[in-house]
Design a protein around this ligand. Structure first.
Ligand SMILES: NC(=O)c1ccc[n+]([C@@H]2O[C@H](COP(=O)([O-])OP(=O)(O)OC[C@H]3O[C@@H](n4cnc5c(N)ncnc54)[C@H](O)[C@@H]3O)[C@@H](O)[C@H]2O)c1
Length: 255
């Protein structure tokens, strides 16, 4: 049990990659602070896992772009479980494909707040607790951070900021025993992916095209990304910090 008697906070943990992380860390023996906007999905996931292991998942309704509320939730999870060993800054969103001319600065500021400033806030507010446990920070970025993405300047920039932040913070926090890494998925089969496909003329062929980008001819499952996060949060990766792990199923190969 790689995460036995340890506690992780997972933002955006009610669905998609976050929910995959919740399931994987729970199966590894961990206690989980599940933070999400979606009360119904969050409470349902927590209830199912608490019926397997009592008081192992605590759901708190939280919009990570409300930094005051976010800090209160982090403090409450630590108070509840007694310690914090990891935080996974996963909550984020992807706007529909849009040219820079049609994406306002206000929209960009809002996206930056949800996708990047929340990562900064989560790391900042968790660090005092993580220094005590020599814990880890994991930021869910994206392959778009290094490859770019057509009609996604705003999204790609928010994901790039997460990678730069990961590397700079790894230098600072490493001296205090805290490791910081980022995970860069390519395409993962999540509700967000399906919502994106629905904005296109032919959703099914869009999903098939996206699946074909990986050498395995399929997208990742949320649980596969969760397993990468578990490795980064566990002692098995004790010499890794400041890394941008490309969890892309070979999508960037054969350039
Ligand atoms: N799906 C992919 O292919 C893919 C690829 C690369 C990176 N990512 C990144 O992974 C992360 C998760 O993506 P996903 O595909 O699982 O998305 P998703 O929409 O399927 O799930 C995201 C979860 O986060 C929650 N959430 C959204 N905004 C929030 C906020 N402000 N505060 C709290 N919770 C919030 C949602 O309610 C939902 O439960 C994102 O940061 C995304 O950029 C996804």
């Amino acid at each position: 049990m790689l995460f036995d008697n340890r506690t992780v906070i997972i933002t955006g943990g009610a669905k998609g990659i976050g929910a995959g992380c919740v399931e994987v860390f729970h199966a590894a023996g961990g206690n989980i602070g599940l933070l999400d906007l979606d009360r119904e999905a969050g409470e349902q996931l927590a209830a199912g896992l608490n019926s397997i292991r009592e008081n192992s998942v605590r759901f708190l309704e939280c919009d990570v772009s409300d930094f005051t509320r976010f800090k209160i939730c982090i403090d409450e999870i630590v108070e509840h479980f007694g310690q914090l060993n990891s935080i996974i800054n996963n909550a984020g969103t992807h706007p529909p494909a849009t040219a820079i001319d049609d994406f306002s600065l206000e929209q960009m500021q809002n996206l930056m707040t949800v996708n990047f400033l929340s990562t900064y806030a989560g790391a900042k507010y968790a660090l005092p607790y993580l220094r005590k446990t020599r814990g880890t920070i994991i930021n869910i970025s994206s392959m778009t951070a290094i490859l770019g993405q057509h009609l996604s300047t705003a999204y790609s920039a928010t994901k790039g900021a997460q990678v730069s932040f990961t590397k700079a913070l790894a230098l600072e926090a490493g001296k205090q025993g805290v490791r910081v890494n980022a995970v860069l998925p390519s395409n993962v089969d999540t509700p967000l992916m399906h919502e994106w496909a629905e904005t296109l003329d032919d959703p099914q062929s869009a999903l098939e095209r996206v699946a074909s980008l990986q050498v395995f001819n399929r997208m990742a499952t949320p649980q596969e990304i969760g397993q990468v996060c578990l490795f980064l949060a566990s002692d098995q990766s004790s010499f890794l910090t400041g890394q941008a792990i490309e969890a892309d199923g070979g999508a960037a190969l054969d350039y």
